[in-house]
Design a protein around this ligand. Sequence first.
Ligand code: ZN
Ligand code: ZN
Length: 352
Amino acid sequence: MKQIALCLLLAGTSVVQAQIRNTEVYELPHLDKSNERNVINIPGFGNYETLKCDFHIHTVFSDGLVWPDMRVQEAWQEGLDAIAITDHIEYRPRKEVLKGDRNESYKIAKKAADAKGFIVIQGTEITRSKPLGHLNALFIQDAEAMDVEDPLKAIDEAKRQGAFILWNHPGWPDDKSTLYPVHEQLLKADKIDGIEVFNYAEYYPAALDWCDRYGKAYMANTDAHGLVASVYGWGDKLMRPLTLVFASERSERGIRDALSAGRTVAYFDGKLAGSPELLEKLLKACLSVRPIGDNRLEVTNRSDLSFEMTGGGALYRFPARKVVLIDRPKTTAFTVENCLTGNKKLTLSFPE
Ligand SMILES: [Zn+2]
Ligand SMILES: [Zn+2]
């Protein structure tokens, strides 16, 4: 009798695992994860939510290897809130095969994004040798209008369309991060609004200093050409560099307003880079503190970000999604070892 019951139970299990499509095909829907998405837990603060964004991505319409709607799929599954499609204006090695114009990759990605409630921003990469280098124009309407010989005229056209201009990978390709006079002019004229401090797997310490000095948005992006997971690994979250955007709403408008106000923090390889005000607000939104008796503190980190702090001669680690019990520190003056502001580590008073 027991054996019969077990057989019935196993039969029931297999029915849950496989669904009959017809008498000749059984479907195994649990093997298809394409409608599942990670939740990346990074809290907001004040009136802002934290959006996880990647503002530098290529497709087959320039020198990328991926079709635009797969860009949306991989970012959506990974748990991002928004991406920008930024194919090169000038470099389109497959234009004889792919007939669409410079706006086509965005249009394809936008259609795929709308079907998922995901945000895709129209952008393009203005591509020149150094000294100018590469700049992304984000929130544009027509990339074709930027196909002009003088890159400064392309920037002006992008600005006329309402663009946010991002200075890409300042240390590439010659392994020198040089602030040329043209950059200084563009920074001062607000024709560069943000700088990539991290691009692909590169990190530019000098760019942190420029963000601080000129009050520009700190950005971290993939500059993906192949599949993102083929570079950063499969299946986990917080693998790729991300620009964290503190937005009053989860929309393209919300992101545009936040970028205009410089409300970003760059995330890369466990480090965070941004202004001291934003970094402190983000850290204090992630960590909550409860006194345990007179001598101990319970610190809860509900976020997917980890923090490492030093103070009073001690090192404190607050890993993602962990509760840590510590002896009450002898000081409230802390340095956050993995938070950078300009070229300095963030210092703050903790707990408050
Ligand atoms: Zn580039
Ligand atoms: Zn690029």
